[in-house]
Ligand binder design. Structure first.
Ligand code: NAP
Length: 236
């Protein structure tokens, strides 16, 4: 059985990091350490997907719209797709500010997966701008979320754009199929700054094993694509 027959989308995650691995600063400030080529790479990956997924902290910190440049929108329209992928936000607490830039842009529908912990004030404001899926559980069940995206919204490919907390949660549940990683030629240091899998000091419950399927050098950056093959339980 292929992964798409498992009633969830193919999930690919795109990150950029310096050589020593931190994806942001210890204050989670927006960072800009990659080239224009890398930014275009991120857009191109996003343009391939039926939906793009982001964790609430990255959305809040980076205040991104998750749209696409005009030429990539046009190419999608010619292929019979929506001009931009569906935009999906995940948050447990649901305290999402409806004044964020994403809500000022109507390039594609916005879908929020959160919980009934979302305050009424946020719920009232957000339901005018997004489709809300609120579970009665304490946390969003990511596996169920992917199934709903697959079954209700026909999402077959999902581009996850982080951040590390969300990436780790997906990895822990074996829900990542591909990692696109740009390595930029910097070393920043900073043990308190999150790496790809965040600040959690614990090992993953099962190691993720990536198979390198593509490697390109453009300028001084290295663009890697790993297919996540399988995850093995740790013994230590
Ligand atoms: N270098 C890169 O390529 C790159 C890429 C992406 C992001 N970043 C950086 O990463 C930083 C943010 O990362 P982060 O790890 O702190 O946060 P994050 O993963 O973006 O978002 C974490 C938040 O998402 C929600 N969330 C995460 N897992 C969830 C789950 N299983 N179920 C439901 N909701 C879940 C929760 O929101 P609530 O708190 O609302 O419950 C959680 O607090 C930013 O500084 C950003 O710039 C860097």
């Amino acid at each position: 059985m292929t992964k798409n027959q498992r009633h969830r989308p193919f999930v690919f995650v795109t990150f950029a990091m310096p050589v020593d691995g931190q994806v942001t600063t210890k204050h989670l400030a927006p960072v800009d350490f990659t080239s224009r080529k890398d930014k275009l790479h991120l857009f191109r990956q996003r343009a391939l997907a039926d939906a793009v997924l982001i964790g609430h902290t990255s959305l809040r910190r980076d205040n991104v719209r998750l749209g696409l440049p005009a030429e990539l929108q046009e190419a999608r329209t010619k292929r019979g797709q929506l001009r931009c992928p569906l935009r999906v936000i995940v948050s447990n607490k649901g305290r999402i500010d409806d004044r964020l830039k994403i809500f000022q842009s109507d390039v594609s529908p916005i879908i929020i997966f959160s919980t009934k912990r979302m305050p009424r004030k946020n719920r009232e404001a957000l339901k005018k701008k997004a489709i809300l899926h609120l579970t009665g559980a304490q946390c969003v069940d990511l596996s169920r979320m992917l199934k709903e995206l697959h079954d209700q919204y026909k999402v077959r490919t999902l581009a996850c754009e982080g951040g590390p907390t969300l990436f780790r949660a997906l990895l822990e549940q074996g829900l990542v199929d591909q990692l696109n990683l740009t390595i930029a030629p910097y070393l920043f240091g900073g043990a308190q700054a999150p790496t790809l899998t965040g600040l959690n000091k614990e090992f993953l419950p099962a190691s993720a094993h990536g198979s390198l399927i593509k490697m390109r050098m453009i300028g001084e950056e290295c663009f890697l694509i790993y297919r996540i093959k399988r995850q093995r339980s740790r013994r230590n």
